[in-house]
Design a protein around this ligand. Structure first.
Ligand code: ZN
Length: 214
């Protein structure tokens, strides 16, 4: 748990963020907090404050709207993220991308490792990189370990879109943005994705923009 006084600045930062009602401001790319990596969570926030912080992440993710949010995206360098995906997509998109609904969950100290060698490449975006999307090839299946917000062990295999979400959010906790792993030639404005690349797969975009798919 550590010495509480050693964590006073972190506690103060979170208290300060939570003093304002409603969604938290989201930090944009260019802020070093997105690049420094995070401290493992080890009781730095007492349980009631942790619960309030997780709730604020949930509200902020919903308001954005997004399907995941990591603590550094609100300026807090702790190894905590939240995910939730109601997956409001057409059936063919759901099937092609494996975009199955995910209930809300908090990921505390998550880490992942690929299961098998399968890879999947689709457009993804990030609340900290507004206005753009790019194709990222990622392991199609991962094993995620860590804890939930109550300290219960988490050890679960994720596939399809949920696998992409947990990798994206865990990467944030290591100071990695999706752009670091993206196919540069796929970079598209959000509007271009809506107008041109909303197909279930990225094949047309790969041909037209000139990049490889796995
Ligand atoms: Zn992100």
């Amino acid at each position: 748990m550590g010495n509480p006084s050693a964590h006073a600045p972190l506690t103060e930062l979170v208290e300060e963020l939570l003093a304002v009602e409603g969604p938290l401001p989201i930090v944009a790319a260019g802020d070093p907090v997105l690049r420094r990596g995070t401290e493992p969570f080890d009781g730095q926030l007492e349980p009631a404050l942790l619960a309030r912080f997780v709730e604020a992440l949930r509200i902020t993710m919903h308001a954005a709207p997004g399907v995941g949010l990591a603590a550094p995206q609100v300026g807090v360098a702790l190894r905590i993220a939240v995910i939730e995906d109601p997956a409001p997509v057409a059936e063919e998109v759901r099937r092609a991308r494996g975009r199955e609904p995910q209930p809300f969950r908090a990921l505390v100290n998550p880490s992942y490792e690929p299961v098998g060698t399968g890879r999947a490449a689709f457009f993804e975006g990030c609340l900290s990189v507004p206005g753009y999307q790019a194709v990222v090839a990622r392991p199609a299946e991962v094993r995620l370990t860590g804890q939930d917000e109550h300290g219960r062990a988490l050890d679960e295999v994720f596939t399809g879109w949920p696998a992409r979400i947990v990798q994206h959010e865990t990467d944030h906790l290591d100071g990695v943005l999706y752009l670091d792993r993206a196919e540069p030639r796929s970079l598209s404005s959000h509007q271009a994705v809506v107008e041109r690349w909303s197909q279930p797969t990225a094949e047309q975009a790969a041909r037209a923009l000139g990049f490889e798919l796995p």
